[in-house]
Design a protein around this ligand. Structure first.
Ligand SMILES: [Zn+2]
Length: 182
């Protein structure tokens, strides 16, 4: 650690204690060069790993994208916004605790599927059937949009649709024309 006053690299720790409710260690240090005292905090690294896409590009994790992917998969399904946020929380916790610097986007997709399978079968199938083929949620959203259009077209062509379908696999409405993702 470089002394803020003189830039000397050697220092001695003169006091060390837990801080922030045990989340950090606070250390008082004294510069060996000039005697200046300063404080450092040591914390467990909790960064979310970088996302590695199929083509090798890296991008930083974006919770908004994850939430949007979950929203699309859960459209018209009995899955609350709170439940979707909890899925995102759980996945983020997983990512932080992995200690990895990088993680494949496909692994995040797999994690989403594990959670959706428990929450709602239809949302799970929607997500799994589309996501598996893609390397990020942006592509997944595009495909879901196309899929939704195809399904609605075929519904219109039917003369007499059945009164109810056991599972509605189609998204309920077309996504907004200007998609904020990507
Ligand atoms: Zn110094």
């Amino acid at each position: 650690m470089k002394c803020p006053a003189c830039g000397h690299l050697d220092n001695k720790v003169i006091d060390s204690r837990l801080s922030e409710g045990g989340e950090a260690t606070r250390r008082r240090r004294e510069c060996v060069g000039c005697g200046r005292r300063y404080t450092t905090y040591e914390r467990i690294e909790e960064a979310i790993p970088l996302i590695v896409k199929k083509d090798g590009r890296r991008e930083s994790y974006d919770r908004r994208k994850l939430i949007q992917g979950l929203e699309r998969a859960c459209q018209k399904r009995p899955v609350s916004a709170e439940a979707r946020e909890e899925v995102a929380d759980a996945i983020e916790r997983d990512l932080r605790e992995s200690g990895e610097r990088e993680i494949a986007s496909s692994e995040i997709g797999e994690k989403v599927m594990v959670h959706l399978r428990e929450l709602d079968q239809v949302a799970y199938v929607r997500f799994a059937s589309v996501y598996r083929q893609f390397d990020d949620i942006g592509e997944f959203l595009d495909e879901l949009q196309r899929l939704g259009q195809r399904v609605r077209t075929s519904e219109r062509m039917r003369v007499a649709p059945p009164p109810s379908r056991p599972a509605d696999l189609s998204p309920s409405r077309p996504p907004a024309p200007t998609d904020p993702v990507e």
